[in-house]
Ligand binder design. Structure first.
Ligand code: HMG
Length: 391
């Protein structure tokens, strides 16, 4: 039985800041951000979007009534969760009207969370072939204004429907993974901003990639020749390129060319959104599938997942017949085209405009947010959500 990705949804908030403008405001050469880091635009979440609403908006575009009946497991990968007890999955379960007889949980291991969710979903489908699992990957990346991580922030979510006989990508059996207790990036529970050892995190990302790639080759007998493309977790688009370059000499010139070209296509969406932490790898996969028109059915795609702290995994999938017919290409084009640029001072105001943490109530203006699902306020220490489609 094949198991894998049946549908992919994506949502990014409607606001972005231009990286050239941010560089100028920070007295940095714009090329450092656009070439050195490889980012063009950074998605900004207004106060009416949090990881729950981003995920719910991403899933909204892909689920039909039959999916909602069949889903019996909702797994929410996030590292910017809104509650230390209740899972973000439970909110999305209600907002989308999913079958009540479902398990709903949250999973965390930095940017690796969604990959863990997919592997868990795969096991669940193997035992329950008729069911479907909704995997949500949603985050808001925050390092702080004027920090070295600032240019690698972002916000957004990817929703993946995992099922038997998937229409888009069948996951293969072999996979290689690694854990090592390191402090390259972390966020203590009292902080809404991440702490990072930037250079160390870059080195570890590459080291993890090399280790799991070598382990994968031993386990599978596959090598560069067998891959049409490799997608990477992209905290910024230069990062995956650095990792890819370390193995290119294992292929012929033609293979190197193919992997580099496909890498570029797989990083297009990420260049326009920024780091969405655990969803970044899947945004890169989506970019490849939607932006490369001639990617053949049956192609093998490699996926490198990295979550600081750290856990890494290399796994693979095979594109299914007519997979392109099951993508939301037009919808995502419209999403990108309809975004609105904010100035750097506006971005700074939005960044600093956070929810009350003293128990006071707040009512938010959801009319200025075009998203269907929004955070509408807080009352009695509870977040309140609305789905405008149900009004
Ligand atoms: P930095 O100190 O601002 O930048 O840190 P830099 O000095 O290292 O420069 C960056 C690149 O720009 C360099 O290129 C420069 O040469 C180049 P490289 O040598 O690396 O190829 N550059 C220029 N290029 C063209 N024209 C110019 C110019 N000037 C300089 N004029 C850093 C950058 C990414 C470290 C920082 O932004 C940071 O700490 N970000 C957050 C951490 C991060 O993203 N780490 C990535 C690996 S860890 C990971 O992926 C996990 C993560 O997603 C979290 C999770 O798992 O949850 C972060």
């Amino acid at each position: 039985m094949k198991i894998g990705i049946d549908k992919i949804g994506f949502y990014a908030p409607h606001l972005f800041v231009d990286m050239n403008e941010l560089a100028v405001a920070r007295n940095i050469e714009p090329e450092k951000f656009t070439i050195g880091i490889g980012q063009e635009k950074m998605a900004i979440a207004p106060i009416t979007q949090d990881p729950v609403t981003l995920a719910a908006n991403a899933a909204l575009e892909i689920l039909d009534e039959q999916d909602k009946e069949k889903i019996d497991f909702v797994i929410f990968g996030t590292e910017s969760g809104i509650d230390n007890s209740k899972s973000a999955a439970v909110y999305v379960h209600r907002l989308l009207g999913i079958n009540p007889h479902a398990r709903s949980i949250e999973l965390k291991q930095a940017c690796y969370g969604a990959t863990a969710a997919i592997q868990m979903a795969k096991g669940h489908i193997a035992l329950n072939p008729d069911s479907k699992v909704l995997v949500l990957a949603s985050d808001i990346a925050r390092y702080g204004l004027n920090t070295s991580g600032e240019s690698t922030q972002g916000a957004g979510a990817v929703a993946l429907l995992i099922s038997a006989e998937p229409k888009i990508l069948a996951l293969e059996e072999k996979s290689a993974y690694l854990t090592d207790d390191i402090m390259d990036f972390w966020r203590p529970i009292y902080s809404d901003r991440a702490f990072v050892d930037g250079k160390f995190s870059n080195e570890q990302y590459i080291l993890f990639f090399q280790k799991v790639w070598e382990q994968y080759k031993e386990k599978s007998d596959f090598g560069i020749t067998d891959f049409e493309a490799i997608c990477y977790h992209l905290p910024y688009t230069k990062m995956g390129l650095k990792a890819l370059r370390t193995i290119l000499d294992q292929g012929t010139e033609e293979e190197q060319q193919r992997l580099l070209e496909n890498y570029k296509i797989s990083s297009k969406y990420n260049r326009m959104v920024g780091n969405i932490y655990t969803g970044s790898l899947y945004l890169s996969l989506l970019s490849l599938l939607e932006q490369k028109e001639d990617l053949a059915d049956g192609s093998r795609i490699g996926l490198f997942s990295y979550g600081s702290g750290a856990v890494g995994e290399f796994f693979t999938g095979i594109l299914q017949s007519n997979y392109r017919e099951h993508l939301q290409i037009q919808h995502h084009r419209e999403l990108f085209e309809s975004r609105k640029e904010v100035t750097v001072p506006e971005y700074e105001r939005i960044f600093d405009n956070t929810l009350p943490i003293d128990g006071s109530s707040i009512e938010l203006d959801t009319d200025s947010d075009p998203a269907a699902i929004c955070l509408s306020g807080m009352k009695d220490n509870m977040r309140l959500y609305i789905n405008k489609l149900n009004r």
